[in-house]
Design a protein around this ligand. Structure first.
Ligand SMILES: Cc1ncc(C[n+]2csc(CCOP(=O)(O)OP(=O)(O)O)c2C)c(N)n1
Length: 939
């Protein structure tokens, strides 16, 4: 007999065997029994954590070891058959936990579940006959359902795992979570039956949900409403989630969802009056019904509009926010997360502090879009990251088993729509939408899990779509069998009402009354609305403007002494912290540059941030490798060379009055930018910056740019001061490390919806950042940021530049001899230094080179003034590095035409029309760059 090696023992394994021993001493190998009984001290010495368990083994006074304070050990299986039966029973229990969902009755339309042989006791070896089941003690199986033997427990196990709720939790890697979930599921803690009055309330809610959809369909025949019917219980599920969130201390629930059921959520969950919803419908056919406002925005279709309301719960009032979203399915997911995170964050000090109990994010997904859209995975990946976690999101898949006209077999490679979530260790609860009580139980379990573990949880609500994709569609064209089955299928309200009547909870008349009450209420609201038609002027006047501000009156200069003090504090380290000496030497140089000139980008940025923090403006900066900076220029977070400990000087300023949040982001653009948009929209006082690794990659987030950042103001009157830092510039690094696609942003710019800048000096960047944070009118800023210029001496600035100047949208040529100048070169960004520093430039006294630093809003007055300040001008040349179909040329050409005198021609110098932004070969780049730079000053 080999003795277990006490010193080299795996403590988890020892604990497992010890537990097993305490349940049944004869169930562990004899050498282990011997260790527990004869040598407990030796074990205790190496594994002190086992003291409590070992304490349960006593000497009975006759030298025999006995287990105390434990329920009597179940009778040891007497024969081999029983031993085999216990093993098979364990396998059966495991199968129910892992594969029970395959046999669950999840489809309200009654399709047969696939089942699994492992769930059938008769197919196990040995066959688990009823007799054998009755001999297997349930206590050996570590079950949480009731029952003395497997025979007692099996029906409960079946009911638990293969009824109208099913669970997928066994993929979760954390043991504690798995055990907690098993216990919660099998104990039925969250499935207790509802009291009669709760059932009546539930029926009343289902009546409202159905009644509203019916009314809208009848009153506005053929108008899109994206009815929720078939998933009606989604509304009571949201009620339940909000109620629990409020009881747990939340003050806000932030919901993101697509079209399906949105009008119902707006009316019944967010609390928009029926009149408002009806007005949106009337607006489609009666211009007089359109809501008045002073905006000139385009507005949006009714099933994209966001809203905020107050919801009354047993624990008091709670804010419910439904976030505006575009048609682009799932695009709103990260936006909701960012909003929730902003609500959860105390931005008053240090690095900010986030309390997930404050706000609950809820994401309602379509079954086709959850499986199909990549942003879902990107957003799930944010779940547990320190800079992004919201303490768990409640995901609800509104699973109507079809995506427009596409069946699941064509829409995903996985069995369930929810399968992606398994890879993120997320528990999944599937529930049949025709069992409203089960659906509420699913929410209770999900919310308890979120509260306990702070992770995401998915509830896959399996229902159907009673009508076509929208009210203009005929479902039977493409899903004829499904449509026929649905036509025959009673609604969930009808089924639930029939049940309550059958059980004597209420009478048929009372149930009918609940349904007619809703119709009456809607009719009255509609009549009242019609009375108001024509009273309000139309909002569609193109004259009225969205509120705007130029930021010109913002003071961005900071007194020199204050900058000196902040600069010192940024170089102050805690005792014992030793960052890399080479880095420290670089940073220490910032003392000299402050006094002698040469303040570079990194220093200017740090000083801008520091000056804002002491003025109480919170800052959040994220992006790939942003803590250091892709180009090793920022170093906002310092790392100790020996311990790896980190220190962020901007979080330790003497008079700091706001938090500086900084996080390296995961390798995502779409979700990360969406998150920051949501955060910035909910935190208008904060300067929120998102940095691309190279500007080229920003188009991975194009949907966020087009649909939220650029158009949010016009569609939803939603804006923010979100700032995009996009490295841009032609330095020979190929087609994907050159261009942040300036042209795309310029194309999207209108009605002063965004600001676009490209600074050529560190001081300009300093003032731009401060203006962006301090301007009373919040607008997103797209800043093209440099790479080579980050340390270019000529682009450096002096203390005076920060302490006395301001952001200037247009920079004149500092050396121009005005009367001599005949050719004005206007450019933007890095190419300025290529032109200004070129040998040919020195000789060309008749040429002036000016820089456009703010591309949008275009500085009309300044441009006019600049041009008229050169009395002998004969040519205006726009020079750019980008191809002619890219860069700024096509967006600002008309502005330059307007600004120049008629007799002065406008010329173009730059790369020709190109399908790809730049050359792949560095030598080809150099040749092209040289051609442009030589052509700029002219012959
Ligand atoms: C990103 C994106 N691609 C395509 C569409 C067009 N579209 C609108 S609804 C829909 C089907 C959505 O199916 P599902 O997610 O299951 O939601 P359901 O409409 O069934 O509720 C599609 C493809 C879209 N809105 N967004």
């Amino acid at each position: 007999m080999e003795r277990p090696d006490v010193d080299g023992l795996n403590s988890g394994y020892a604990a497992l065997l010890l537990e097993q021993y305490l349940d049944n001493p004869s169930s562990v190998p004899s050498e282990w029994r011997d260790l527990f009984e004869s040598r407990p001290e030796a074990l205790l010495q190496s594994q002190p954590g086992l003291a409590k368990l070992l304490g349960q083994i006593r000497d009975d006074g006759n030298g025999q070891a006995v287990v105390v304070a434990r329920p009597a050990a179940p009778e040891a299986p007497a024969d081999a058959e029983l031993l085999g039966a216990v093993a098979a029973s364990m396998a059966l229990v495991k199968a129910f936990r892992m594969h029970g969902h395959l046999a669950a009755r999840l489809d309200p339309l009654g399709s047969e579940p696939p089942g699994d042989p492992a769930l059938e006791p008769e197919r196990l070896v040995p066959k688990l006959t009823p007799e054998l089941q009755a001999r297997v003690p349930a206590s050996l199986l570590r079950l949480y359902v009731e029952g003395e033997t497997l025979a007692d427990a099996l029906p409960r196990l079946r009911e638990t795992y293969t009824g109208t709720i099913a669970y997928e939790i066994e993929h979760i890697s954390d043991h504690e979570e798995r055990v907690w979930l098993r216990q919660a599921i099998e104990s039925g803690r969250y499935r207790r039956p509802l009291a009669d009055e709760q059932r009546v309330r539930l029926l009343a809610r289902l009546s409202q949900v159905e009644g509203m959809e019916h009314y809208l369909r009848r009153a506005f025949l053929g108008q899109k409403q994206f009815s929720v019917e078939g998933l009606d219980v989604m509304i009571p599920m949201l009620d339940e989630a909000i109620e629990i969130a409020a009881a747990n201390g939340a003050h806000e629930v932030v919901i993101g969802m697509a079209h399906r059921g949105r009008l119902n959520v707006l009316a019944h969950v967010v609390g928009r009056p029926y009149e408002t919803v009806l007005r949106e419908f009337e607006g489609e056919r009666t211009i007089g019904a359109v809501v008045t406002s002073d905006e000139a925005g385009t507005g949006d279709v009714k099933y994209h509009l966001g809203a905020q309301g107050t919801y009354s719960t047993g624990a008091g009032e709670i804010t419910v926010t439904l976030v505006s979203n575009p048609s682009h399915l799932e695009a709103v997911d990260p936006v909701v997360e960012g909003r929730a995170r902003a609500e959860q964050t105390d931005r008053s000090t240090g690095g900010g502090f986030s309390d997930p109990s404050v706000a609950l994010p809820v994401l309602i997904h379509g079954d086709a879009s959850f499986a199909g859209q990549g942003t879902v995975a990107e957003t799930l990946n944010l779940e547990a990251l320190p800079g992004y976690s919201t303490g768990g999101t409640l995901h609800l898949i509104a699973n109507n088993q079809v995506g427009f006209t596409t069946d699941p077999e064509s829409g995903r490679s996985t069995r369930y729509s929810s399968d992606l979530a398994k890879g993120f260790d997320i528990p999944i609860v599937h529930v049949n939408a025709d069992d409203p009580e089960a659906a509420l139980a699913a929410i209770r379990l999900a919310m308890a899990y979120r509260r306990k573990f702070g992770h995401d949880v998915v509830v896959d609500l399996v229902g159907y779509r009673r009508h076509g994709h929208n009210e203009q569609d005929e479902a039977a064209y493409t899903q004829p069998l499904l449509a026929a089955a649905i036509a025959e299928h009673p609604t969930v309200r009808e089924q639930f009402a029939a049940r309550l009547v059958r059980e004597g909870t209420l009478t048929q008349e009372q149930a009918d009354e609940l349904a007619t009450d809703v119709q009456t209420e809607l009719r009255h609201a509609h009549e009242a609305l019609k009375e108001t038609f024509g009273l309000a002027p139309s909002s569609l006047s193109s004259e009225s403007r969205l509120p705007a501000g130029t930021g010109a009156d913002v003071v961005t200069a900071v007194p020199a002494d204050r900058l000196r003090a902040l600069n010192e504090q940024l170089l102050r380290l805690p005792d014992g912290l030793a960052p890399h000496p080479k880095l420290m030497r670089q940073l220490e140089r910032r003392r000299d540059t402050l006094e002698q000139g040469g303040i570079d980008w990194g220093q200017a940025e740090a000083l801008a941030f520091a000056s804002l923090l002491v003025d109480g403006i919170p800052i959040r900066l994220t992006g790939q490798d942003s803590e250091r900076g892709t180009f090793s220029h920022r170093h906002a977070v310092l790392h100790d060379l020996h311990t790896g400990a980190t220190f962020t000087p901007l979080q330790h300023l003497d008079e700091s009055a706001a938090a500086f949040e900084i996080f390296n982001s995961p390798l995502s653009e779409y979700a990360c930018l969406g998150f920051e948009y949501g955060y910035s929209a909910a935190a208008p006082e904060a300067l929120v910056l998102w940095e691309a690794q190279f500007g080229d990659f920003v188009n991975g987030a194009q949907i966020v740019i087009d649909q939220f950042i650029a158009a949010g103001l016009s569609k939803w009157r939603e804006t923010s001061r979100l700032t995009l830092l996009l490295p841009h510039g032609y330095e020979g690094n190929g087609p994907e490390h050159s261009s942040a696609r300036l042209e795309r942003f310029l194309q999207l710019a209108a009605q002063e919806n965004i600001r676009i800048a490209n600074c050529t000096t560190a001081a300009q960047y300093f003032h731009l950042l401060r203006r962006q944070a301090l301007d009373a009118t919040a607008r997103p800023l797209v800043a093209m940021t440099p790479k080579g210029l980050l340390r270019l001496k000529q682009a450096g600035s002096s203390l005076d530049d920060l302490a006395q100047a301001e952001f200037r949208p247009l920079l004149d040529d500092p050396d121009a001899d005005r009367d001599r100048v005949e050719r004005l070169v206007l450019c933007q960004g890095k190419v300025y230094y290529d032109i200004a520093g070129h040998e040919q430039r020195g000789a060309a006294g008749q040429v002036a080179v000016a820089r456009l630093e703010q591309l949008y809003p275009f500085p009309v007055a300044q441009a006019k003034a600049l041009l008229s300040s050169y009395p002998n001008l004969r040519e205006l040349v726009w020079v750019q590095e980008e191809p002619q179909n890219m860069g700024a040329w096509r967006a600002i050409r008309h502005r330059l035409e307007e600004a120049k005198p008629d007799h002065v021609p406008l010329l173009y110098v730059g790369r020709p029309w190109r399908a790809s932004p730049s050359e792949g070969y560095p030598t080809a780049h150099l040749r092209e760059q040289d051609r442009i730079v030589r052509a700029a000053p002219g012959a």
